[in-house]
Design a protein around this ligand. Structure first.
Ligand code: SAM
Length: 549
């Protein structure tokens, strides 16, 4: 759980502005439909106004009006000044200082409609929203007959209300987190989009990385159902190349989009990235007798949350200096400290020799004055760094006693570049919250689970369930891990040691999967062709996430 007080202002207002190339790309698409009245629900620095203004000037269309809303008074003031200086001379710009949710509820009740909506809504977790915004969010879900969950995010009601405010046949183009594709909380929004739109394109942009935006984003480009529309809604998940984007080849790009009917889509849209053949094999593999959901074979818990890792995870040098031996417990903290899929006592010793922070400090629940002088000095040193005032430390008493300390037989590092990795924790080490603690359910062997986890079927389900961050790393939260698909088949003798060796030899993820598939997926009952299909689907989705050509 993250806490509001720890987050930056930027994160709390969701203000990550749109790069100009993206703004230009989607503005062109919006303007292609010759809208007269356009809405920008969270206009920020007005990047879309500038683009639309340029297009209107070139098209010599003098009758375009844009309604720009933003909660931030300074943003609106600044835009008003720029408008006065004639910066947006080819459009009629109306600027509204308001909360968009409130504005949208009022406008829908007045039956106001727009020909197009364009924007980049704020990305703010529900838990960080002001109480009034939380109330309005719930009201919007309720009035739209959509299932509400507290896992939702500010961008979701923004999209719902924007669609409502569109005229029939109108276009919406928005920069949206990639999580639109699969997170459970967006399930009702995905259904809403399919119900209300005749065409939906979720465009993945190859090189869209902003150093400040943690989450990956996609471009949602949809057309609301026109009054005469009778058929099934069409959906596509195309990729726009750097070339399309930087040369403004929006129309050429649109020609290449291959829309399909949305009715075969599962509740997640990530499955829409698979070809029908891949989808059929994936389904067959999921239905095999020995294929399990992770949830059925293991439980996932977060790692130890210290609130101050530099203080609680220390090297032998610090232990010696402050005589902390009595309180030190073995630990691994980072992926670089674990070279394979087994974490043994030998690994622990090697990390120790390298001076890595291999000791976790587990202090007992006693008053500081009862510790030895040296230990008291160490705790005082932490206090001189203001660690006791940090949120996660100050909510426990005393601050140096970390809760929920236990080691699990299996760990999973939270983030991965290619493949999430389970680790068999033979050294019984503690792990921090960079890793999850995994406990196998009754009858499930830890080493076998770690071994079975590495195969192209599970790797593909990782891609379908996981979330992406800037830089292309994949991360799974516990509820996503629980939905992973794992073929739980017999493990040959020494197989885990062999797999561990492959990792230590730094074999590529592709090579490792190929070797594992040969045993695991064959054992599951798949043939060579089916195994290759799953493997190449994984390669394609992994490359897409990492934005490799
Ligand atoms: C992601 S920025 C986007 C800015 C601009 N549309 C762009 O694409 O560059 C989000 C903007 O949403 C505004 N905002 C946040 N919450 C809002 C709300 N409830 N109603 C209207 N605007 C809001 C912020 O002030 C910020 O300017």
């Amino acid at each position: 759980m993250n806490f509001k007080v720890l987050e930056s202002q930027r994160k709390l207002t969701g203000s990550y502005y749109t790069p100009q190339t993206i703004a230009s790309f989607i503005s062109k698409w919006i303007m292609e439909s010759s809208p007269k009245k356009i809405l920008e629900p969270s206009c920020g620095d007005g990047v879309f106004f500038s683009e639309i203004n340029n297009i209107a000037r070139t098209q010599k269309s003098r009758d375009v009006s844009i309604h720009g809303v933003d909660l931030d008074q300074d943003v609106i003031q600044d835009l008003k000044l720029r408008k006065k200086k004639n910066e947006f001379e080819s459009v009629a710009l109306n600027l509204v200082h308001s909360d968009f949710l409130e504005y949208s509820i009022e406008q829908t009740s007045k039956n106001t409609r727009f020909d197009a909506v364009i924007g980049n809504p704020p990305f703010i977790r529900y838990q960080y929203l002001e109480a009034e915004h939380q109330r309005l969010t719930e009201k919007i879900f309720f009035e739209s007959n959509l299932t509400f969950t507290k896992h939702t995010n500010a961008w979701v009601p923004f999209v719902i209300q924007s669609i409502k405010l569109l005229n029939a046949g109108g276009r919406l183009a928005m920069v949206i987190p990639t999580e639109l594709m699969h997170v459970l909380h967006a399930n009702s929004l995905r259904k809403y989009l399919i119900d209300t739109c005749q065409k939906i394109a979720v465009v993945h942009v190859e090189d869209l990385f902003s150093s400040e935006v943690l989450q990956g984003v996609v471009l949602l480009m949809c057309e609301k159902k026109s009054l005469s529309f009778k058929g099934k809604s069409q959906i596509a998940f195309p990729t726009a190349s750097r070339f399309d984007l930087h040369n403004g080849h929006v129309y050429e790009f649109l020609q290449t989009i291959n829309y399909k009917t949305s009715e075969n889509l599962d509740y997640k849209w990530t499955e829409g990235l698979l070809t029908p053949e891949e989808k059929a094999v994936y389904k067959k593999a999921k239905d095999c007798k020995n294929t399990k959901l992770f949830f059925d074979i293991a439980e996932v818990d977060v790692g130890i949350v210290t609130g101050a890792n530099d203080f609680f995870l220390v090297s032998d040098h610090v232990v010696k200096k402050y005589a902390l031996q009595k309180y030190s417990k073995p630990m691994f903290g980072r992926s670089s400290h674990v070279k394979g899929v087994i974490f043994s006592q030998k690994d622990m010793d090697e990390n120790r020799q390298q001076g890595l922070p291999v000791n976790f400090l587990e202090f007992p629940q006693i008053n500081k004055s009862l510790f030895s002088k040296k230990v008291q000095d160490y705790i005082s040193f932490g206090e001189s760094q203001e660690l006791h005032g940090r949120y996660k430390c100050r909510i426990r008493s005393p601050w140096y006693v970390v809760p929920s300390i236990w080691a699990s037989g299996v760990s999973m590092l939270k983030r991965a570049h290619d493949l999430p990795r389970l680790i068999h924790n033979e050294a019984n080490s503690y792990t921090t919250d960079t890793a999850y603690r995994i406990r196998t359910k009754s009858g499930i062997k830890e080493d076998r689970l770690v071994w079975c986890f590495v195969n192209s079927l599970t790797a593909l389900s990782n891609e379908l369930e996981g979330r992406h961050y800037g830089g292309g790393v994949i991360e799974l939260v516990p509820s996503e891990i629980e939905r992973l698909v794992v073929p739980y088949v017999d493990m040959p003798k020494n197989a885990l040691k062999k797999l561990d060796k492959l990792y230590r030899l730094k074999k590529s993820a592709g090579e490792i999967l190929k070797e594992q598939d040969e045993i695991i997926l064959k054992n599951l009952g798949l043939n060579d062709k089916e195994i290759n299909i799953l493997h190449s689907a994984w390669v394609r989705l992994r490359n897409r996430r990492q934005r490799k050509d």
